[in-house]
Design a protein around this ligand. Structure first.
Ligand code: GTP
Ligand code: MG
Length: 198
């Protein structure tokens, strides 16, 4: 898929505020600082679309970006960031669980994980929550430029082995680098098929 148009639509504090049209949401989530906003900018090739920050916890709202006038790319708040206010703390904030479980627009969720790290407890908890509730999701390994090809392979094999201990079927997964544009076509092609399926 070619991204010909990408515009910021709105930020929502609650799911009652998300766009009311029938267009589908493809959402991105993961721990703070994993590279969600960078990936959104890389996929859309719009440098300043989503705000990138070296300070974790930057994205606190549900941000909708309208792509090609036909679907929404959604930047969700990071989870697992402790230095937020009390009401926002807890493993997964209400805004996240409301969105992934109650929002009908939510069509597919990408969970981003840093390719350099051991599978993190909070990510595995989140993945299990999705699996148990039948939320359609895939994985994106981010920051692939930080490892060699051999290290990447080893890291992904390790991750999928850990997932296989819990799940018979592995989710679709992709390897990305926002620095190098790696994974862009594969992810966009997957999204294209995804928004066409009922
Ligand atoms: P929050 O919104 O705070 O939850 O963070 P986020 O997940 O949106 O992460 P963001 O895109 O803001 O990136 C966090 C940091 O990682 C920034 O310093 C980015 O420049 C860096 N980063 C993101 N993606 C990549 C990547 O593919 N490669 C490298 N080397 N750095 C990256
Ligand atoms: Mg962000």
């Amino acid at each position: 898929m070619k991204v010909t148009k990408a515009i910021f639509k709105c930020s929502s504090e609650r799911i009652s505020q998300v766009p009311k049209d029938a267009l589908r949401d493809i959402a991105f989530i993961g721990r703070s600082n994993v590279g969600k906003s960078s990936l959104i900018n890389m996929l859309t090739q719009h440098g300043g679309l989503a705000k990138v920050s070296a300070t974790p916890g930057k994205t606190r709202l549900i941000n909708h970006f309208l792509i090609n006038n036909s679907w929404y790319l959604v930047d969700l708040p990071g989870y697992g960031y402790a230095r937020t206010s009390k009401s926002q703390r807890g493993a997964f904030s209400k805004i996240i669980t409301d969105y992934i479980f109650k929002c009908e627009k939510m069509h597919f969720l990408f969970v981003l994980v840093d390719i350099r790290l051991e599978p993190q407890k909070i990510d595995l908890e989140f993945i299990n929550l999705l699996g148990e509730n039948g939320v359609p999701f895939g994985l994106i390994f981010t920051k692939a430029d930080k490892l060699s090809a051999a290290q990447r392979k080893r890291s992904i094999e390790h991750y999928t082995t850990v997932l296989s201990e819990q799940w018979e079927e592995l989710p679709p997964y992709f390897v990305s680098s926002s620095e190098r544009g790696m994974g862009r076509e594969e992810i966009l092609d997957f999204i294209e098929k995804c928004i066409e399926t009922v």
